[in-house]
Write a protein that binds this ligand. Structure first.
Ligand SMILES: NC(=O)c1ccc[n+]([C@@H]2O[C@H](COP(=O)([O-])OP(=O)(O)OC[C@H]3O[C@@H](n4cnc5c(N)ncnc54)[C@H](O)[C@@H]3O)[C@@H](O)[C@H]2O)c1
Length: 260
């Protein structure tokens, strides 16, 4: 049973204060894990942890911008002192807006920032979490990429490149860390609605048109819970024979052939 697996386990989720990350924090905490929720947004992090602690969940917030090496080092030091090991690292933090303007007008500083957060961030977290992951019995890393790693709308160069890079980093880490018995996988989400999972000042009630829903073969837009369910599985011993893989969770959007 997955629910039994997480009792006594420690899971670190980056970008865990809002959106898909917060959905995963909730799911892992509900499953009995001790969760370190880390995020660059202090207001959102404190708000999330306060709510979860009222529900008696074992959740702690540590502020960290994953693109900053010294902040990631500090994060893992604190995690080490507090828990001594990490059973799972979930690299979820990301700049989620994919549009950066057309090629001529796109600012290189925006491209660099996107790669620093979405690609360098997961690498830094994996690098400095390594001693803590090695201290766990069946450690796992999970990277949250995007279906945009495999297909594009126009003018999304930075985001698409960052997520394509993270897909490649997933199999590279999986092969490199195999000797440490660390499994590394990815989830590539499609359209996931996060309106109700934002901090209070930015929450909104999602409204989806019939077309929004029906362009998905499953007939609806995704929810953070859809990603969390797969994350619970991939980081558990039930996925012990799965490494270096990426699962698209997109309601079937990427398998649909379109003729106009
Ligand atoms: N929502 C979607 O439709 C969708 C689809 C595909 C992939 N994704 C990916 O899923 C992940 C979560 O997306 P979301 O939609 O929940 O976004 P979100 O904006 O709701 O949440 C992202 C969280 O990451 C935090 N964050 C941003 N930059 C950070 C940094 N430098 N250091 C630490 N924390 C930082 C934010 O403060 C925020 O709390 C992202 O990696 C995103 O690219 C989302």
């Amino acid at each position: 049973m997955i629910n039994d697996y997480y009792t006594g386990k420690t899971v670190l989720i980056t970008g865990g204060a809002q959106g898909i990350g917060l959905g995963m924090v909730q799911a892992f905490a509900d499953a009995g894990a001790k969760v370190i929720l880390t995020d660059a947004d202090e207001e959102a992090g404190k708000e999330a942890v306060e709510r979860l602690q009222k529900e008696k969940k074992k959740v702690a917030f540590i502020r960290c911008d994953v693109s900053q090496e010294h902040e990631v080092i500090k994060l893992m030091e604190i995690a080490g002192v507090k828990y001594g090991k990490l059973d799972a690292l979930i690299n979820n933090a990301g700049i989620a807006d994919p549009f950066t303007g057309n090629l001529q007008n796109m600012l290189l500083s925006e491209f660099d920032r996107m790669l620093a957060v979405n690609l360098r961030g997961p690498l830094l977290c994996a690098k400095y979490a390594l001693p803590l992951l090695k201290a766990a019995e069946q450690p796992a890393i999970l990277n949250i990429t995007s279906t945009r790693a495999f297909m594009s709308e126009p003018d999304t160069f930075a985001y698409t490149a960052s997520k394509g890079g993270l897909e490649a980093l997933t199999h590279s880490l999986a092969v490199s860390l195999a000797e440490d018995k660390i499994r590394v996988n990815a989830i590539a989400p499609g359209w996931i609605e996060t309106g109700e999972w934002q901090k209070k000042s930015e929450q909104y009630l999602p409204k989806h048109s019939k077309q929004d829903r029906e362009q998905h073969p499953v007939g609806r837009v995704g929810k953070p819970e859809d990603i969390a369910a797969a994350a619970l599985f991939l980081c558990s011993d039930q996925a012990g024979f799965i490494t270096g893989q990426s699962i698209k969770i997109d309601g079937g959007m990427t398998i649909k052939m379109i003729y106009v």
